[in-house]
Design a protein around this ligand. Structure first.
Ligand code: GLV
Length: 311
């Protein structure tokens, strides 16, 4: 089999994948066009449209990330080619750490202490018990479920939400529109780990934000499109006083890099990170890619992405 790899450090991926899959010929976008045209499989993260159009008879695509929104929105995506995505591959535990940092940031008042430091103010706040700090996780896929478990293991009561019904031990699970409203009204920190689909776009709008308890906080390591940014800014207030929403830790934005003119960069209650919450660790990911490619070759592909559902 011939595998075409496209990702930032493609040469490194090519060499490591070739070692794991000695039966494969692994090439990158710098290989001659003739070879690229003959690729059987594409293993790629955000491939350019032109590259996606090159292979003449693709048998499968492995998305080198968990979110398939960029791939599904690419006009060069050939129809009917099965897509497998990385399921977790070490990303979930990194995202879990990001979320735990964020939850503790707000629960232990680091945001307030930072502002106090700037004002030279020495004032201690009473600690709110973890048991009284419910955390909501929207999205209970491979990553959301793992993150929910990590936060629960830290001692926070965790509410999870998915569109269809799910059961996870130790997590209070909600589903459907009513379940979402119910969850929003209960949580002090809301974590977004939903895929970007038609159904999830701007799911956190003014109405959803208004359902959160006064002083709630938001953590988004998922997708920027999940949030209505104007409604978010409104809920955060002007920054001088705490708005309905106490603060937001944001790693994903509708446009990345976050445009220079975005008010989020300078908002005193917003923490911006550059989509770094869940990089794909090479080793785990390569194991999954090799496994996915072998399954394709054996004619027994792993669970494939449903383009209509968007994940
Ligand atoms: C990163 O955002 C991913 O979807 O893997």
């Amino acid at each position: 089999m011939k595998v075409l790899v496209h990702i930032d450090d493609a040469e490194q991926w090519r060499d490591a994948l070739a070692r794991r899959l000695p039966e494969a010929e692994v090439i990158t976008g710098s290989a001659p066009a003739e070879q690229r045209r003959q690729a059987d499989y594409l293993a790629a993260w955000k491939p350019p449209e032109a590259l996606l159009r090159e292979p003449e008879a693709l048998k499968g695509i492995v998305n080198l990330g968990a979110g398939v929104d960029a791939l599904l929105n690419n006009p060069g995506l050939p129809e009917g080619v099965p897509i497998v995505k990385l399921r977790d591959a070490g990303m979930a535990s990194l995202i879990g750490d990001y979320v735990r940092y964020g939850v503790l940031h707000f629960q232990r008042d680091f945001d307030r202490y930072r502002r106090q430091q700037h004002a030279g103010e020495w004032r201690e706040h009473a600690v709110v018990d973890k048991a009284d700090w419910p955390v909501g996780v929207l999205g209970l896929g491979a990553i959301g479920a793992r993150v929910a478990n990590m936060v629960a293991a830290d001692g926070f009561p965790v509410h999870g939400w998915s569109r269809s019904e799910k059961a996870l031990e130790g997590i209070t699970c909600h589903h459907g529109d009513d379940g979402l409203d119910d969850l929003l009204a209960r949580v002090r920190t809301l974590v977004l780990l939903l895929p970007d689909t038609r159904a999830t776009r701007q799911i956190i709008d003014a109405r959803a934000l208004a359902r959160l308890p006064e002083g709630a906080s938001l953590i988004n390591p998922g997708r920027g499109t999940l949030i209505d940014e104007a409604a978010l800014l409104e809920a955060l207030g002007d920054g001088d006083s705490e708005g309905r929403l106490r603060g937001a830790l944001l790693d994903a934005f509708p446009e990345e890099p976050l445009p220079e003119a975005s008010p989020l960069w300078v908002h005193p209650r917003v923490w911006v990170t550059p989509h770094m919450a869940g990089p794909t660790p090479l080793g785990d990911a390569l194991d999954q890619v090799a496994e996915a490619l072998r399954a394709f070759e054996a004619g027994e592909p792993q669970a494939t992405v449903d383009p209509a559902a968007g994940y």
